[in-house]
Design a protein around this ligand. Structure first.
Ligand code: URA
Ligand code: SF4
Length: 236
């Protein structure tokens, strides 16, 4: 043993020689972890953060060169409910957050009318970077980007998914892009064991106010399926 111990590493080495295999790094009592649940939650968090980092660095399609910020998605890591939109618009690209523009405010109102908050659901898009001039996503962009969304769904394991609009619905359900939303909305499908309710996109509702009541009907079915109370309020 050296006469002087000059570093923590040396001190730890010294303790090890004396037979100590390990010791707490702080004097606080170690947190008692209920093993399966906490490990699962930590793993989930790590997976979701890894997806976020991968999206922020991604250059798998042409949209990478045009973005201000990628928009991986945000919300609760143990959500009952997940909303999936199409692609970021101008405001989302500026802020790196999903659904924060005009359509986003309507989605937030819909979530509130359901008696829920943005913080308790997860909100994501099929395409993580803004298409120029808000054009529709191209099929090679959807093919390049959708694996991120599928990994998010597999990790989050929500009880239920609401797909907003045609691109999100047809990507999740593996249908032809031409399929009409009026033929899809209002009933449940299943994707990888998760129930899916297709409904109209909030940006469409801004142009077609009269269809808000159809979306509210769809959201009432979602709340019933989740066993949650159905508030009397309508989406205005
Ligand atoms: N429209 C979308 O589909 N997603 C957003 O994040 C914003 C607008
Ligand atoms: Fe990558 Fe998706 Fe962004 Fe294309 S849109 S660069 S695939 S994250």
């Amino acid at each position: 043993m050296k006469a002087h111990i000059e570093s923590l590493v040396e001190y730890m080495q010294y303790l090890k020689e004396l037979g100590y295999e390990g010791f707490p790094l702080s004097s606080q009592p170690q947190e008692q972890k209920t093993v399966p649940v906490s490990i699962q939650t930590d793993d989930k968090k790590i997976s979701l953060e890894n997806i976020r980092l991968a999206v922020e660095e991604c250059k798998k399609c042409r949209l990478a060169g045009m973005r201000t910020h990628a928009v991986p998605g945000e919300g609760n890591y143990n959500p009952q409910l997940m909303f999936i939109g199409e692609a970021p618009g101008y405001d989302e690209d500026q802020q790196g957050r999903p659904f924060v523009g005009r359509a986003g405010r309507l989605l937030t109102d819909i979530i509130k009318a359901m008696g829920m908050t943005r913080e308790e659901v997860f909100i994501a898009n099929v395409i993580k970077c803004r298409p120029p001039d808000n054009r529709e996503p191209m099929s090679d962009e959807i093919a390049a980007c959708s694996p991120y969304l599928f990994r998010q769904i597999d990790t989050l394991q929500p009880r239920l998914i609401v797909t907003l609009g045609r691109y999100s619905t047809t990507t999740i359900l593996g249908l032809q892009e031409q399929t009409r939303m009026s033929d899809l909305r209002g009933r449940f499908f299943v994707f990888r064991g998760v129930k899916v309710m297709p409904t109209y996109h909030p940006a469409y509702l801004l142009r077609n106010e009269k269809d808000k009541k159809l979306v509210w009907n769809d959201m009432k079915l979602v709340l019933q399926e989740l066993g949650r109370p159905v508030p009397p309020a309508k989406v205005r």
